[in-house]
Design a protein around this ligand. Sequence first.
Ligand code: MN
Length: 247
Amino acid sequence: MATTQPLIGIPCRRDRSGNYRLKPILAQAPAYIPAVVQAGGVPFLIPLDLPETGLRRLYGLADGLLLPGGGDVDPARYGAGPHPTLGDVQPERDALEITLTRWAAAEGKPLLAICRGIQVVSVALGGTLWQDIPSQLPKAVLHRKGKPGENPPDFLAHPVRLTPTSRLVDILQAGVVLTNSLHHQAVRTVAEPLTVAGHSADGIIEAVEIPGHPFFVGVQWHPELLVGDMESARRLFRAFVSACREG
Ligand code: MN
């Protein structure tokens, strides 16, 4: 049934920083919420530690899914051993997001994947990742300067050239977009039905999509941090929420 304000499910992460009374909490970065709201959607957070039947119930309520940024996917998920730079790995979050990805890909539920999200969808559908761009691809452009948080999060680090035949070209109405870049990992290979929709100049995969799906798009940058200034970022969220409305 069509709805004017579609529900967008966003998985939580486990915050182990101890910033809340020294205890781990379930959390999510706040910028996804206004980015969805300004596009006309109503976001809700999906907790970790659900049984699959409960997850399926929330999936059923969602008109669309947003897979947000976060730590690294467990390399065991794509048959690799841990690189020395491997960051925070949360197997329970990997499991939840991979399950949601496979359901959404198979069943035509709209999905927008951001940063870690593009890596999750690639792994969920049979692809692999670069575990650390600076050490594995030393000639790559700068995708994350210094420690996380050193650059302003909306700093436009590098352009992404979109695949001319991609849906993203129609959505963003541009062949090249300037992007922020806050990642040390990246998609290395994609498996069907996922296709590459954009690269940075060093050849790193920065966007993916499933052709023919109502809306299944992954971007390596963080458009939720750019909606205040960039029309192309707003276009991405509007196209996503529109697809959720029509679903
Ligand atoms: Mn990048």
